[in-house]
Design a protein around this ligand. Sequence first.
Ligand SMILES: Nc1ncnc2c1ncn2[C@@H]1O[C@H](COP(=O)(O)OP(=O)(O)OP(=O)(O)O)[C@@H](O)[C@H]1O
Ligand SMILES: [Mg+2]
Length: 251
Amino acid sequence: MIVTVANHKGGVGKTSLAAHLAFRAAERGNKVLAVDFDAQGNLTGTLADRGKALRADGSDKLFSPDAVPVPMPGVDPNISVLPATAALNATDRGQLSQAFTAIAHLKTLGKEFGFIVIDTAPALGLRLTAALAASQRLVIPLQPESYAVDGVSSLLAEAVSISEHMNPGLAPAEFVINAVNARAKQHSQVSARLAQQFKVRTPYLRRAIAVSDALAAKRPVWRNATNSAVGNEWAVLCDELLDEFGVVDWT
Ligand SMILES: Nc1ncnc2c1ncn2[C@@H]1O[C@H](COP(=O)(O)OP(=O)(O)OP(=O)(O)O)[C@@H](O)[C@H]1O
Ligand SMILES: [Mg+2]
């Protein structure tokens, strides 16, 4: 099962969600590969040792016809990581044939890893094309702002085009609403509107400092015990998504 987390709006929770899905799938006893397609390297920083990542095969190697890149160990024994490198941004200027190389390499890695999650950069480009063309699922985190949906239409168009021309196995996008302020009336109105338009997963995730605290501590929010209500929300949401994806719970 290969899943891409994307939204070309920045700071909506892509990396946070990708990291939590990786942690949860690993807790469920799966061999997990986290692929960092964003040169900022935030997923790499959360799930692996950044210093060691500099000497490891980076996710840019997926775009090269050489051997399949070798993932590095992550913070959890069940998690491996293909880290971000500075070379990543240049891959967006590559040829479409390189996207096909990346798809083939990801599929090969899919034989070893039961769950692969790809965190993407806030951009449309060859990396996103490759990620979507290799994935069965696309998850789009959104923040409940009035214009949250505006930019998403081009991502959805890209996903539909890829499912029609390159990857019939890509299912319609799942949406996750993140960073909700339950007291803000506008947030509940926008969330309700999004749920009418799209396949939105529940629970909605509230805005809470516990989330960034946990990621800085390289832990999922349900294992960082500063706010158990928030931890529970993220655990339930990740289980909802993983159940929907058919990711087995071996425990
Ligand atoms: N529910 C939340 N409550 C509070 N902070 C959050 C929440 N979700 C994410 N954050 C924080 O918001 C910031 C942006 O989140 P994140 O990095 O996951 O977004 P992103 O979409 O990956 O951003 P980018 O587009 O830059 O890659 C991070 O500091 C993260 O810790
Ligand atoms: Mg990110």
